[in-house]
Design a protein around this ligand. Structure first.
Ligand SMILES: Nc1ncnc2c1ncn2[C@@H]1O[C@H](COP(=O)(O)OP(=O)(O)OP(=O)(O)O)[C@@H](O)[C@H]1O
Length: 695
């Protein structure tokens, strides 16, 4: 088959879905097509400039890079042309027919068919070039790659209904022209859908200016003049530059408007929404560079994909070098987007050189410092926004506790936790791309009844603490049930020496754990941790601001000064009283437990399991097993509650002591979220005992 042959090819399934969704649900965002086309054109110019660093001949004498936009009112077309790098046949098929992003399939499987919901999801994905089909019934892309012969141009045409054609053409100019044949008004029977206003040169110019003012490449449109005879604006035939054409990040901060920062963010991220916050600085000294870093409002669809390719763009003296320069930002801040422009790096810098470079190390440290400062500022001054950030990226930030020991303290101060000192909240909706604040509901199952009712008086404040604690509580109310370690400390009981936490597979599981009973009784707040990353994070976070962090389910529980002398004495007496029972249980349960102890933790439950001081926690063990890792067998310590009637009864039990003790251990295992080794035996024993007690 000759290359010039015209081929008809099908879009990848996901693109078909994307096109269908876009055409039918993104009409109200239709103008974004222009931003996407201008962004792509500007990227293509950046790429050519970069490739030409090594091979000047790619310019073929024309290094004056630009973008040209033209309207043909009669033909109802808009075209966007650039003299950037262009595409050859293979690239056009690959780039404009498939979405080669990992995670895409899973992303599309989340779409529900509910247009409003899906439209907001699609915002996380970034529709790019395909957004042209929101306004165009036919899109034609003509292109020739820099360095290719004139007869190696391509024409790609599609009406967005599942197929595209591609043919080889002769094209004089290097670069790409995208021509949109606009839809008819009320196309597809959608009443009120009109497209003619896009042909109004004045309006279009305003749109173009909106979307391109911050772009470093000049964008040109045909100049127009008022014709008094014809009483209309007519093109003069001259091209005029409509944007400022100066790299936004190089402009002084006070000359850039919020709107421009916002638009620039959308340009580099293809995000539907603007950013949550940004930081823009010119750094001088040991290393000279400019950084413009943004924090998005929502997580991208591939946040958990460590291969994801977005991130920070690296420029060297205004020349684009690479996308997603991962050396510029550590993994735990991978949600940050933006631009770094270095004055020191060589233009021929490669990814390999970046790894070694001292300048890059300085820039990376500078980026981390700025982002953490920005987050501190949000946490301090824009609490609702910080909560939004936390919900979107908190789990990623937690990785920093282990990854970045230098900044551990700072990161720890930015952590937020659910806690027993706050009402239960059930997430009914994840943060979405529509800008709506995430919703939460307070559950009414009464588990934490006292706390729900006493919403005003959270654990510590109820004790009449000072002003700081009250201020801290005020903040808590704005914080969607999340508190910081500093707030926890401010609410600590007199005599409390540790920050207590519990880990579990879910927040609900954590809240119901028997390990919390004594803490509830004494009104001590406990942090509830249920993210996968938590166990790992906690293995790196042993203290905060001088106060140790302690698991409520580990080792000998020592409540220190929170227990008075009388309580301590009573415990000792009980321990002596139950010594025989403990020994009998140890002998009976044998290898199944590491030890048996009389518990200080329990008030309601008969028994619970605890981990040894240095043992792996049960939650971590389960996680590792789920991940298919071999885990050394860990024997739990069984704690029994001397005040529980079942345990009291055991003291005088003879005939069925074995069954009773097994049952006690199995119960404790289940309450801990664990799995029984012999569930059938458990059921049999329970039924036997039930029957025996009913006789
Ligand atoms: N004007 C152009 N010149 C050269 N290549 C282009 C042009 N427009 C698009 N492309 C190619 O097509 C690809 C797909 O474009 P598209 O806008 O869909 O996504 P993107 O810009 O890569 O990514 P995203 O929108 O997700 O950030 C681009 O990555 C680029 O390789």
């Amino acid at each position: 088959m000759s290359e010039a042959h015209k081929e008809t090819l099908g879009f990848q399934t996901e693109i078909k879905q994307l096109l269908d969704l876009m055409i039918h649900s993104l009409y109200s965002n239709r103008d974004i097509f222009l931003r996407e086309l201008i962004s792509n054109a500007s990227d293509a110019c950046d790429k050519l400039r970069f490739e030409a660093l090594d091979n000047d001949s790619l310019y073929a004498g024309d290094s004056d890079l630009g973008i040209w936009i033209e309207v043909d009112r009669k033909a109802r077309t808009i075209s966007v042309r650039d003299n950037g790098v262009g595409m050859n046949r293979d690239e056009a098929i690959r780039n404009l027919g498939t979405i080669a992003r990992s995670g895409t399939r899973e992303f599309f499987s989340q779409l529900t068919g509910d247009r409003a919901r899906d439209a907001s999801l699609i915002g996380q994905f970034g529709v790019g070039f395909y957004s042209s089909f929101i306004v165009a019934q036919r899109v034609t892309v003509e292109s020739r790659r820099a360095g290719d012969a004139e007869d190696q141009g391509i024409r790609w045409v599609s009406t967005g209904d599942g197929e595209f054609t591609i043919e080889t053409i002769t094209r004089k100019e290097r670069g790409t022209t995208v021509t949109l044949q606009l839809r008819d008004n009320d196309a597809d029977g959608e009443e009120g859908h009109e497209y003619d206003s896009l042909l109004d040169a004045y309006k279009l110019r305003q749109l173009v200016r909106n979307y391109s003012d911050h772009i470093a490449i000049p964008v040109r449109m045909k100049a127009e003049k008022w014709d008094a005879d014809k009483q209309e604006m007519l093109e003069t035939g001259e091209w005029e530059v409509v944007n400022q054409a100066k790299a936004l990040w190089l402009r002084p901060r006070n000359e850039v408007t919020e709107k421009e920062y916002d638009e620039f963010y959308r340009h580099i991220t293809h995000d539907f929404e603007g950013p949550l916050a940004y930081t823009h600085n010119r750094v001088e000294g040991r290393s000279e560079y400019t950084q413009l870093l943004y924090i998005p409002k929502h997580a991208p669809f591939d946040l958990w994909d460590r291969q994801q390719r977005h991130g920070i763009r690296l420029y060297v003296r205004r020349v684009f070098i690479m996308d997603d320069a991962e050396q510029l930002i550590p993994g735990y801040l991978r949600f940050v987007r933006g631009v770094v422009d270095s004055s020191d790096l060589p233009l021929n810098v490669s990814r390999e050189i970046l790894q070694e470079s001292r300048d890059i190390r300085l820039i990376r440290e500078g980026n981390v410092r700025r982002v953490l400062t920005l987050l501190e500022d949000l946490a301090e001054n824009r609490k609702a926004d910080y909560v939004r950030f936390w919900r979107a990226f908190g789990q990623v930030l937690k990785e920093g506790v282990g990854e970045d020991s230098k900044n551990r303290e700072k990161i720890a101060a930015l952590l937020r936790f659910r806690t027993t000192g706050e009402p239960i909240r059930i997430d009914v909706e994840a943060p979405d791309a529509s800008g709506a604040a995430p919703k939460a509901a307070v559950a009414e199952d009464g588990i934490e009844d006292a706390v729900i009712k006493g919403e005003e008086n959270t654990a510590g404040a109820a004790d009449g603490k000072g002003k700081d604690a009250k201020d801290a509580d005020e903040d808590v109310k704005n914080a969607d049930g999340l508190i910081s370690l500093a707030q926890y400390k401010a609410r600590m009981k007199d005599g409390q020496k540790a920050i207590y936490y519990i880990t579990s597979d879910s927040e609900a599981g954590a809240r119901q754990s028997p390990h919390l009973e004594i803490f509830r009784k004494k009104g001590i707040e406990v942090l509830l941790l249920s993210d996968r990353v938590d166990e790992w994070m906690l293995s790196h976070l042993h203290e905060f601001d001088g106060t140790p962090l302690e698991s409520v389910a580990r080792g000998q529980l020592d409540l220190g000064d929170l227990e008075d002398e009388a309580e301590r004495k009573a415990s000792e007496e009980v321990a002596a009283d139950y010594k025989d029972l403990v020994e009998r249980l140890k002998t009976t349960l044998g290898e199944r437990v590491k030890d048996v102890q009389v518990s200080h933790r329990l008030t309601d439950s008969a028994a619970c399991l605890v981990s040894g001081e240095h043992d792996m926690s049960a939650t971590l063990e389960r996680m590792l097993k789920q991940a298919g890792q071999s885990v050394p067998t860990r024997k739990p310590v069984l704690e029994i509650n001397p005040d529980h009637p079942l345990v009291q009864r055991l003291k005088s039990e003879d005939g069925r002591f074995d069954d009773w003790s097994s049952l006690l251990l199995d119960q404790a295992t289940l309450a801990d979220g664990g799995k029984l080794e012999d569930p059938v035996g458990f059921v049999r024993r329970m039924n036997d005992l039930l029957l025996a007690s009913s006789h």
